[in-house]
Design a protein around this ligand. Structure first.
Ligand code: IPM
Ligand code: MG
Length: 429
């Protein structure tokens, strides 16, 4: 039996909680399908700054390079706000992306039926949304030179970041865009700001040239400001979006709204020899340690890991269905192995029971409820009760929580027994 090595880097805040749940899913897949996953783990981000003075140690990077895939949580938090810019927790993640040459970031955003009414957007707008944002991840403003702050004697200062792209960088991400679109609905939207930026003009020229190799894919160019508007106006018109680093960062957060919650969005970062998988949400310091973080995005990131790094297409489908259908996920995430619990001493052990509600849960057929509050502010999450149908928790800015009953039972958990078994996650017992 082949053993696959997976490096897990939970990071900070709710990263620790959601990765613990995602690991349970990996173990469930392992047991049920006879794979062997050798998990190694290390601390990164703020936790690593506190302990080692650096967000990413060379040992951690070496461990990732030796692995078949990396499962990442999230890094950062107010605790490290005053850390010098070049040493911030986020630098650890950026260095990993760069060092592992992960230039292609895939962020699928699908409107989950049970969250349609949770979206701040109208049902008529979000229903049926199924798009993929492909974000260039190792270029543009994030890495361009020169960068830095000049401080003048009179106290004034000037700061510079550079948006730079070579035609080679654009070409390879454009090819990723066309390849992915080809496997989807064959429509690629390239997003730029070609009416203002010369970088975008080059982007547009190169993407147009590469399009000749993909005559079966329909290409359109959209300006980023217009795209931001269209995403909340007519999201169903999009299939695959390809764009540069910063635009992709912004648009993918916006796309999260279409999925009903930030807590639902997984991502895959590909390109180099080792892929990295991480939920799109951040560390959500406001809810960290309370055991209410939604691990679905981390669990869906496991599905992407199985699909893109380990070629386990069928198992990936099963985990995905689990992420989308509560009771199956419950089974996938229902294992309570002591070693997959939040690490003692991290502060999360005290919240053990609640923290495991979702990975444990997307819903317990028998139990009353499992909660999945969305990470981050003003979130929504799903709470399922087999008896009562689907419910939803909406957290308001004043921290009050509204418990909303969703229509009927046609959500996460409403699958007859036989169907849930057939749909894979049910097979993960
Ligand atoms: C993301 C995040 C990161 C980014 C941060 C944490 C550095 O926002 O993955 O979208 O800006 O890329
Ligand atoms: Mg972001």
């Amino acid at each position: 039996m082949t053993a696959y090595s997976i490096a897990t880097l939970p990071g900070d805040g709710i990263g620790v909680e959601v990765i613990a749940e995602a690991e349970k899913v990996l173990h469930a897949v392992e047991r049920r399908y006879g794979h062997r996953f050798a998990l190694t783990t290390d601390i990164v981000g703020g936790a690593a700054i506190d302990r080692f003075g650096t967000a990413l140690r060379p040992e951690t990077l070496a461990m990732c390079r030796k692995s078949d895939a990396v499962l990442f949580g999230a890094v950062g938090g107010p605790k490290w706000d005053d850390v010098a810019h070049e040493r911030r927790p986020e630098r650890g993640l950026l260095a990993l992306r760069k060092e592992l040459d992960l230039y292609a970031n895939l962020r699928p955003a699908k409107c989950f039926p049970m969250l349609v009414d949770a979206s701040p957007l109208k049902r008529s707008i979000v229903e049926g949304t199924d798009l993929m944002v492909i974000r260039e991840l190792t270029g543009g403003l994030y890495f361009g030179e020169p960068r830095g702050v000049e401080r003048f004697a009179d106290g004034r200062a000037r700061a510079v970041n550079t948006m730079a792209y070579t035609s080679r960088e654009i070409e390879r991400i454009a090819r990723t865009g066309f390849e992915v679109a080809r496997k989807r609905r064959k429509r690629l939207t390239s997003v730029d700001k070609a009416n203002v930026l010369v970088v975008s003009q080059l982007w547009r020229d190169v993407v147009t040239r590469i399009a000749r190799d993909y005559p079966d894919v329909t290409l359109e160019h959209v300006l980023v400001d217009n795209c931001a508007m269209a995403l909340v106006q007519r999201p169903t018109q999009f299939d695959t979006i390809v764009t540069e680093n910063t635009f992709g960062d912004i648009l993918s957060d916006e796309a999260a709204i279409l999925a009903g919650s930030m807590g639902m969005l997984p991502s895959a970062s590909l390109g180099g020899a080792v892929g990295l998988y991480e939920p799109v949400h951040g560390t959500a310091p406001d809810i960290a340690g309370r055991g209410i973080a939604n691990p679905i995005a981390a669990i869906l990131s496991v599905a992407m890991l199985l699909r893109y790094s380990l070629n386990m297409e069928k198992d990936a489908d099963r985990v995905e269905r689990a992420g989308q259908h509560g009771d199956a996920a419950e089974r996938a995430g229902g294992d309570r192995r002591p070693e997959t619990r939040p690490k003692p001493g991290t502060g999360f052990d005290k919240h053990d029971v609640a923290a495991q509600k979702i990975g444990q849960s997307l819903a317990d057929r028998q139990s009353k409820a499992g909660t999945a509050e969305a990470p981050g502010g003003g979130g929504v999450g799903l709470l399922k009760s087999a008896e009562d149908g689907c419910r939803l928790l909406r957290r308001h800015p004043d921290s009050s929580i509204e418990d909303i009953e969703l229509q009927g039972r046609d959500g996460v958990g409403d699958m007859p027994d036989d169907e849930s078994n057939a749909s894979g996650l049910g097979e993960l017992e």
